[in-house]
Design a protein around this ligand. Structure first.
Ligand SMILES: C[S@@+](CC[C@H](N)C(=O)[O-])C[C@H]1O[C@@H](n2cnc3c(N)ncnc32)[C@H](O)[C@@H]1O
Length: 371
């Protein structure tokens, strides 16, 4: 067994059965051995998956144009704004955004502090290498709590916790958060949770008959038609992360781009296997419990749940669209601004990949909320 498998095996032996969410958390984020701690080259051609960032710098440039427009409409008093990127991975998106602002909006860039929320110390280091040229402008935080502490330390008692002004955003973060996996027992009309147990050298699925929580179907009548064994995931970690982000946003936008569905789409009776997948060298597989720490694990985001989480703490939903609609909308505005001048064939190709429904245009969705 690998050191990571051994860590999970020990914890499973202590607890009997692990929730799948705990298994996924350890597989992806276990300090030192987790997938995201060891796979520096992901995403990319030599990794296990592509993201929009890997398509080229155009994705970051379009986002930078949109962020600049949003920031310019905020009241410029006091004079600093925050761009807060969560889950910056290898730092390339940050670099593309900052490079575009430097070239096209230098005065605005002078007012921006670029903050990265990244729990992995090793990833922070890798991101720092990518962002060396922007070093004085970029700061790292392990989570919202450390960011809040920092803001409290540097503010006068009268302005403790000054609200953050700017844009908090993430690309493919929520779909990498640990999910709980449930199965439908049609005979007994109840949900059970899929946990993980150890069988010799292998991890195996094990039923937890009385789970702590259950999936919320958008229409209770749906339960009458779900087939036996119907599988679905929930991600309370993503919902509470979003609520936390919403709570520190005083004035501005909260945006995420992820694979995902609305609750109605997610609970389609036809999709019986759920959306949880393992990615290994660009192949999606169902052998979720194999190759621990060697393969990426991801599940589609329930955007209705995320939207509701933001609205529950006072955010207004401004947009929920496909990546294609979102980026095309930005390009239309940007073209009037002579955004990139003459397009090179490479830029045209990047735009096609980012927006074509058969590539990344339809599967990725964009949620924008504001306060
Ligand atoms: C799939 S990658 C994101 C891809 C990247 N944004 C891109 O566009 O290429 C997930 C990233 O989120 C980080 N991460 C995981 N949990 C996090 C959390 N709670 N807050 C912020 N970042 C997190 C991981 O360390 C990793 O850098």
């Amino acid at each position: 067994m690998s050191p990571l498998s051994e860590i999970i095996r020990r914890e499973a032996a202590q607890r009997g059965v692990l929730s799948f969410a705990r298994f996924m958390e350890l597989a992806l984020y276990c300090p030192v051995h987790g997938y995201y701690e060891t796979k520096k080259d992901n995403p990319g051609r030599h990794g296990d998956f592509y993201t929009s960032v890997g398509v080229g710098e155009l994705f970051g440039q379009l986002l930078a144009f949109q962020f600049a427009e949003w920031l310019e409409t905020l009241n410029p008093q006091p004079s600093t704004f925050n761009l807060v990127e969560a889950g910056a991975h290898d730092g390339r998106l940050a670099k593309d955004i900052l490079a575009w602002l430097q070239l096209n909006r230098p005065e605005l860039l002078d007012q921006i502090e670029y903050w990265i929320i990244e729990p992995s110390a090793r990833r922070q280091e890798w991101q720092g290498e990518t962002l060396r040229e922007f070093a004085p402008r970029v700061r790292w935080f392990a989570g919202f709590q450390s960011l809040l502490q920092e803001r409290t330390c540097h503010s006068s008692p009268a302005t403790r916790h000054p609200p953050l002004r700017g844009v908090i955003f993430s690309n493919e973060l929520l779909d990498a958060m640990p999910v709980h996996r449930f199965g439908w027992d049609a005979q007994n009309k109840k949900w059970f949770e899929w946990g993980v147990a150890v069988d010799g050298e292998k991890f195996v699925w094990a039923k937890i008959q009385t789970p702590d929580a259950r999936p919320q179907t958008p229409d209770p009548g749906l339960l009458a038609v779900l087939p036996d064994g119907y599988t679905i995931e929930t991600c309370p970690a993503a919902e509470s992360w979003w609520r936390e982000a919403a709570n520190i946003l005083g004035h501005g936008k909260l945006l995420t781009i992820d694979y995902g569905y609305t609750a109605d789409e997610l609970f389609s009776p036809g999709r019986t296997r759920g959306t949880l997948r393992a990615y290994f060298r660009h192949h999606a597989g169902d052998d979720i419990l194999a190759n621990v720490g060697e393969q990426d694990l991801t599940a589609h985001v329930n955007f209705s749940a995320i939207q509701a989480a933001g609205e529950s703490v006072g955010l207004r939903t401004e947009m929920f669209s496909t990546q294609s609609q979102f980026l095309t909308g930005i390009l239309e505005k940007a073209s009037k601004d002579n955004f990139l001048g003459e397009w090179t064939p490479a830029q045209a190709r990047q735009f096609q990949t980012l927006t074509h429904p058969e590539h990344l245009g339809r599967a990725f969705r964009v949620l924008v909320q504001s306060r």
